[in-house]
Design a protein around this ligand. Structure first.
Ligand SMILES: Cc1cc2nc3c(=O)[nH]c(=O)nc-3n(C[C@H](O)[C@H](O)[C@H](O)COP(=O)(O)OP(=O)(O)OC[C@H]3O[C@@H](n4cnc5c(N)ncnc54)[C@H](O)[C@@H]3O)c2cc1C
Length: 442
């Protein structure tokens, strides 16, 4: 039985552990924290609010992932998002405007001007690009027009990646969209063709768990039979003459140990790879390439209110803010509408995202200024009255590894390192893509 070490106990590490276990390997996970899950963290506060500090939901579209979660006994425990959470809002001219859910509401919606809507209808007639290195902004503006870039792509990408569409590379951030244009010549035709694909579930499910997203990890952990070294931080890695790997790690009390494995999968965040001392690794300069993923600070501000303190019906997923609107927040989730049991009876929970690539300095404001700034924005946009009955901030100084134009270089570097160094491979959201399904596909 081959022994394999997995560095990092986030979702990527657990996924790799599960795969290695299925292929008959003896697995050990090294995790520097006392808990697994990485950025997937949930907490029920003493006031009765359930906070997700990292991801708030998992969007399940593919049959193979649904089957994987079933095999792991995870899907039985999942809860679906409230049906009204299909409704999403953006801010336009200082007001929340619902995004259209079908063609008739698209025609009547105020989300785009009549000219913006007509421009979308031209999409099937726009010629393919010859470039395969466009940014998401270039692609959207070329195919769908400037207004869709400003009022759909910009807020959407602010919500998903906390990034600007200009920074994200189309083939790296949305390979499926790039492929649709390449194969079908149009996004519309591509969507119609993709509906027929066999791996696509009939209906996309947006799921979480009764105790928040961290339950995904606790359930995963029950199924992965491996040795888990918590509070063990990997510090040095040495290739033993192409015949296995030595890992030097420190535990919480500062004691050091060296362990030997046949194989090694590194799922550490990109920012951590260069802080490890690597010895005898062929083409070691590629390790520095892996660390080049850009990250920006992001703060999540959780506010709890009595239901009657808020004028807006909170009848949806939440709202996103286009950069042109010049506000101090990226968007707000109506967390207690999205999933049940996120707030005590009669109370509501809002989660607001601040900072990212657009306004990194705002994420770094002190607690008092951050609460004030978010409260001011919410009173203006949602008609919030009075002070919150609960408030908390979660800060992510290096939040999300962005799939920028250098992501292909990073993937090539990871492939080269694996092919030149026997038994070494890399995974993690900076290589797979950041969504939870991307991490589960590994
Ligand atoms: C605020 C936020 C909101 C998000 N929302 C969503 C969402 O709603 N839906 C969605 O699909 N995705 C979302 N994502 C993205 C998704 O959560 C992440 O991409 C994914 O969880 C990353 O998993 P990972 O295992 O690759 O990395 P991580 O979760 O970062 O795990 C890496 C692990 O390595 C450990 N580690 C680091 N250094 C060492 C060391 N030297 N030795 C040992 N262990 C070490 C860390 O402690 C950590 O546990 C969100 C991300 C963030 C930050």
């Amino acid at each position: 039985m081959k022994s394999i070490a997995i560095l990092g106990g986030g979702l990527s590490g657990l996924t790799q552990a599960w795969k290695a276990q299925k292929s008959g390997k003896k697995v050990t996970i090294f995790e520097e924290n006392s808990r697994l899950g990485g950025v997937i963290q949930s907490e029920r506060t003493k006031e009765g609010f359930l906070l997700d500090y990292g991801p708030n939901s998992l969007s399940l579209r593919k049959q193979n992932l649904s089957e994987m979660l079933e095999q792991l006994d995870i899907l039985d425990h999942a809860i679906d998002a409230n049906v009204i959470a299909k409704k999403r809002f953006i801010v336009r001219a200082g007001k929340l405007v619902a995004l259209p859910l079908n063609f008739p509401t698209f025609l009547s919606s105020r989300f785009l001007s009549p000219i913006g809507k007509l421009r979308i209808l031209l999409e099937p007639f726009i010629r393919k690009s010859k470039s395969n290195s466009e940014s998401v902004a270039q692609f959207i503006e070329r195919r769908l027009g400037r207004e869709v870039l400003d009022y759909a792509a910009n807020p959407f990408l602010g919500g998903v990646f906390a990034a600007r569409p200009e920074t994200l590379s189309l083939p790296n951030a949305f390979p499926a969209l790039a492929e649709m244009e390449r194969q079908n010549g149009s996004i519309f035709r591509g969507f119609l063709a993709s509906r027929k694909k066999s791996n696509r579930m009939e209906k996309t499910r947006l799921i979480s768990f009764p105790n928040g997203m961290e339950e995904l990890i606790t359930r995963f952990e029950m199924k992965v039979q491996c040795s888990i070294l918590r509070k063990h931080s990997a510090k040095e890695i040495e290739s033993v003459h192409q015949n296995g790997w030595k890992i030097k790690c420190t535990s919480e009390n500062g004691s050091q140990s060296i362990l030997h494995f046949d194989e090694l999968i590194c799922t550490l965040p990109a920012t951590q790879i260069s802080s490890i001392k690597w010895t005898n690794v062929k083409n070691s300069k590629d390790l520095n390439v892996l660390s080049t993923a850009p990250h920006f600070p992001l703060s999540l501000v959780f506010l709890g209110f009595e239901r009657e303190q808020i004028e807006h019906p909170l009848d949806g997923f939440g709202f996103l803010v286009p950069e042109l609107e010049n506000r101090k927040i990226l968007g707000t989730l109506f967390s207690s509408t999205l999933f049940s049991n996120r707030a005590p009876e009669g109370k509501v929970l809002l989660t607001t995202f601040v900072g990212g690539e657009r306004q990194p300095h705002l994420a770094e404001m002190n607690d008092g200024s951050l609460f004030q700034s978010v409260s001011d924005e919410l009173s203006c946009l949602l008609g919030v009255k009075g002070k919150p009955i609960f408030q908390k901030i979660k800060r992510w100084p290096l939040s999300i590894p962005l799939p920028d134009s250098r992501m292909s270089e990073r993937k090539d570097a990871a492939r080269r390192l694996s092919s030149l160094n026997n038994g070494l491979s890399f995974s993690g959201s900076h290589l797979t893509g950041v969504s939870l399904p991307n991490c589960l596909e590994g």
